[in-house]
Design a protein around this ligand. Sequence first.
Ligand code: SF4
Ligand code: SF4
Length: 210
Amino acid sequence: MKEEPGKNIVLTQEEIEYCYGLLDESLTPYDCGKLCAPANGGEPLCCSVENAVPMLYREEFKYLSHRTELWRRWRPKSDVDKKMKKDDETPHLVFCECKGIAHCERENRSICCRTFPLEPYIDSDGVFIALIFMKEFRGKCPLLTRLKDIKQDVIDKHFEFWNFMLSKKQDEYDLYKDTSKGWRISAAKTGKPLPLLFPRSGLRKNGGLD
Ligand code: SF4
Ligand code: SF4
């Protein structure tokens, strides 16, 4: 497990509930799981641990463990997965798995479930200005070709959520600064625009870490 320097404030129960409130609404006006499930054995692609292992904040896992039996720590089977767990878990984040889509409890979805497949985009000046599609799910999650379907109200609320989270967790800011840079590098190579989703202008002005 890597030790990470910097400010990483542990969220209170009230703060976790505040985040869940901001992330409660589904991204699209329709059930996007129907887009990817047919090619994924009938299950939404992002709800099967073979495709995406949810990472929960440690305090979030503790919070959810008091509310539900839906979640447990991820038990990797292959050597590759065991290495991933060893390398990527941090003092602040743990890999978890739920009981599966048939047992999903909407109110007990993790932050990771609620934000997928979007993450913060931090520009070359270090300012959080928009949401961006997760690069590793290009060609997997069909929403990349349907970004216009994502509701503006939801984008605004996710932006507010990330603004809050990035002000609390330095490691998250550093991570997304790196992934945003990676996106810029690959976009420069392909000539394709970055798949960005901007909040309404009033919110955008407040972006970034204080
Ligand atoms: S977010 Fe993407 S991968 Fe997840 S259910 Fe919707 S379309 Fe499928
Ligand atoms: S908790 Fe629900 S939304 Fe989250 S991964 Fe499990 S089935 Fe999917």
